[in-house]
Design a protein around this ligand. Sequence first.
Ligand code: F6R
Ligand code: MG
Ligand code: MG
Length: 372
Amino acid sequence: MTTLSIIKADTGGFVGHSAVHPDLLATAQEAARRAVGDGLLLDAHVASCGDDVSLIMTHEHGADSERVHGFAWDTFQETTEVAKRLGLYGAGQDLLSDAFSGNLKGMGPGYAELEFTDRPSEPVICFLADKTEPGAWNLALYKMFADPFNTAGLVIDEKMHAGFRFEVYDLFEEKRITFDCPEELYDMLMFIGAPARYVVHAVESRNLTEQAAATSTQRLSLIAGKYVGKDDPVMIVRCQSGLPAVGEVLEPFSFPYTVGGAMRGSHHAPLLPVSIPDAHTARFDGPPRVVALGFQITDGRLIGPRDMFADPSFDGARQQANTAMDYLRRHGPFEPHRLPLEDLEYTTMRALEARIAQRWQPMPEVATTMAR
Ligand code: F6R
Ligand code: MG
Ligand code: MG
């Protein structure tokens, strides 16, 4: 069995929350090189999207491995030190705990992990997003694995006819459930259409009984009990031979759908598919963006990456995203650009409510003059 783990954290932004400084990437790359040399990892690739560093790693220790998570934790401590030395913004932002204890659950860094027996050829896409939330993958995963208008294989490939099983987490109640699609599609959409709360955690092929996709499902704001930055998510999707083709996996991003989490974790904005050199934010701390790194995994080696969105066929989506961004921005502090109150992660509203609580009066039976 091979495990593919993506573990990511924001350990300091350059400039503000927009990107990762090259010195942080170099530090993580050096740590990854040592871990491969020591035999802990089979292979590793360091990538970034916005202000988050992602460690993309293959190994044989399974998901939630103390050694692999511990390595990531130590690496993020190292990059934090570099960020502190350079005075980068929010150094160590996502490291919520003082000490590592077994695995990264609840400690701040996000991770998606997928264990599989290597097929003769193993094409995988690693998606990294910035300025959004874990539920941002819901729409894309629904389209990849359940929508025949997106994925022709659901109709044409015999191996895909049985459909896919989705595992969904309720992040508020910390519960999980599985939906077998296509027959439970409508039930599932009721939940995953509310991505701030319900998040697709994994997808499995019902025919092959193979796990096909995994996402990171942490929400830092819930972990920390207050706003501490965005839990910018990552996702792994295996492709081909009874799973969606590479092009079917990329297709959902040709529509720059709106996601939560832009500017101050408090706005909806379109998800912009970008090439790796464009994986940093600018306008209104966004727009939220996604990169896709394609790999062939061969004997645990990560052959790649190929920069999957560096292609003119996504220019239309980028154009549409910029138009949608113009449209949403003109709403300023009004919903639906701004998130609904219950999803606002800053505590400003609670403080404001407390400050003016005494001034609220019952509405009059008949409104006449303005209260003074
Ligand atoms: C960070 C993010 C940004 C920040 C904003 C304010 O991931 O979404 O939009 O929320 O730049 O940051 P602070 O509060 O650090 O000044
Ligand atoms: Mg940041
Ligand atoms: Mg980020």
